[in-house]
Design a protein around this ligand. Structure first.
Ligand SMILES: Cc1cc2nc3c(=O)[nH]c(=O)nc-3n(C[C@H](O)[C@H](O)[C@H](O)COP(=O)(O)OP(=O)(O)OC[C@H]3O[C@@H](n4cnc5c(N)ncnc54)[C@H](O)[C@@H]3O)c2cc1C
Length: 405
């Protein structure tokens, strides 16, 4: 099937990949609407990609080996142990990931979007009017444009998803991620080749080295925990719009800093507390599942379609895999209906499986943490396997294989 007009709403990781998929599928005219005014280069921080998932996406022509990355081999989980500088390891596991800077990943994908695609920065979609064989988009400047197919790549607060499923929204998981990047990487244990999870009652913090985008490295960290249920400390985040990432209240920051000072091994407390305030922000954690990835002439991709808690380390992988499935559906379908059916069949179940696994991980790693101080490697291995339903290899951690393992 080829030809037709396609709109992609959102020009981030999923949006660029969707535009690429549509171009390869043979769409006549492709327009990307991206709300942000300028390039998205500075957004976000570190992204980990499992080595095997990276290789599949490189072979599918969505990623290249040339993007700057930092290798990670192992993940060490450590708990505070008196004055021990790095704490006490409670367990370690293989961690075959490549660490990227979000900006270079986005730049690579943006660069791959063919020149013929009309990528419009600073263009917001404000309304969606589906009809029998197309969709009209209302734009922020008052214009309306109609397309044969609209792909929602507009993240967890998607306007396209809202038009498809008005009763489905991201639901707050009950805890937050506090994120930051620090330039202090000179003395990282094992030369920065390990990822570290610092554990404490009620959460953990993952830290790993990423490229800084200009030839050096930074330390990227994310601390997951449930803030105390007191006024101002645990704002109402049930509506995803109530606290956009970046609005960190002074009281919440103070609370988080005290938590780190009280529960982290000295070395890691120093790293977090020394992180410049301007590079720290919070991200409330959400779950999102949709009944189907498609409805009428609309399709969803990336975070607009499903959001699994980040413990899985696979959100970008899923977005890119969604795009490869869209491309395959395009190449094998005879009409729009077949295309959309094939895409939903390929990706809907994977999205749901990822959300379920990430919920189990969030439960074990944040909501109902074990007694870390009593844990050693055998207990750690059992605890990890329980989250993965007793299986390590086929769990989907880091993303499912495109070959369906
Ligand atoms: C704390 C945290 C850690 C993570 N760590 C990892 C990791 O290690 N590995 C990994 O693979 N993934 C990770 N992820 C997930 C990953 O960042 C995303 O899943 C992935 O980037 C896909 O995003 P997206 O393109 O679907 O959505 P987004 O990046 O949210 O992009 C949506 C785009 O749509 C635009 N937009 C929205 N509404 C409109 C509109 N109405 N009109 C026009 N434009 C609009 C926005 O401006 C935005 O650019 C993590 C996520 C979180 C929260």
């Amino acid at each position: 099937m080829s030809g037709g007009t396609v709109a992609v709403v959102g020009g981030s990781i999923a949006g660029c990949a969707a535009a690429l998929a549509a171009a390869r599928g043979g769409a006549d005219r492709i327009t990307v609407f991206e709300r942000a005014q300028a390039g998205l280069r500075d957004r976000g921080v570190g992204i980990g990609l499992h080595n095997d998932r990276f290789a599949e996406l490189r072979d599918a022509g969505y990623l290249t080996s040339e993007m700057p990355w930092a290798p990670l081999n192992r993940r060490v989980w450590s708990v505070r142990d008196g004055d021990a500088r790095h704490g006490r390891p409670v367990g370690e596991q293989p961690f075959p990931f490549r660490a990227y800077n979000w900006g270079s990943l986005w730049s690579e994908l943006r660069h791959r979007v063919p020149d013929g695609v009309d990528y419009r920065s600073g263009s917001v979609v404000t309304g969606v009017e589906p009809d029998a064989d197309g969709v009209t988009l209302r734009l922020g400047d008052g214009h309306r444009e109609r397309f044969d197919l609209v792909i929602g790549a507009d993240g967890y607060r998607s306007v396209i998803r809202e038009a498809m499923y008005p009763d489905t929204a991201a639901s707050y998981a009950g805890y937050i991620g506090w994120r930051g990047t620090s330039p202090e990487v000179a003395d990282l244990p094992s030369d920065g080749l390990d990822a570290h999870n610092i554990v404490f009652p009620g959460g953990h913090c993952m830290a790993y080295r990423i490229p800084d985008g200009v030839g050096g490295h930074r330390l990227n960290w994310i601390l997951y925990t449930t803030p105390a249920r007191e006024d101002g400390l645990h704002p109402d985040l049930r509506t995803p719009t109530s606290l956009p990432p970046g609005r960190l209240t002074a009281r919440l920051t103070t609370w988080l800093r005290e938590l780190v000072a009280d529960t982290f091994p000295p070395y890691w407390a120093g790293k977090l507390l020394g992180t410049p305030a301007e590079t720290t922000f919070i991200q409330p954690i959400y779950d999102l599942e949709v009944p189907r990835y498609t409805a009428g002439r609309m399709a969803l991709i990336g975070d607009a379609a499903s959001v699994a808690r980040p413990h899985l380390g696979a959100g970008s992988v899923k977005a890119l895999q969604d795009a490869t499935a869209l491309q395959s559906a395009w190449e094998s379908a005879g009409d729009w209906g077949q295309l959309l059916e094939a895409y939903d069949t390929a990706r809907g179940p994977i999205g749901s499986a990822m959300v379920a696994l990430a919920r189990r991980m969030g439960d074990a790693q944040v909501e109902n943490t074990p007694d870390w101080s009593a844990m050693g490697q055998p207990e750690f291995d059992g605890w990890w396997q329980a989250q993965n339903n007793g299986s390590d290899r086929r769990s989907g951690f880091g993303g499912h294989s495109l070959k369906r393992d």
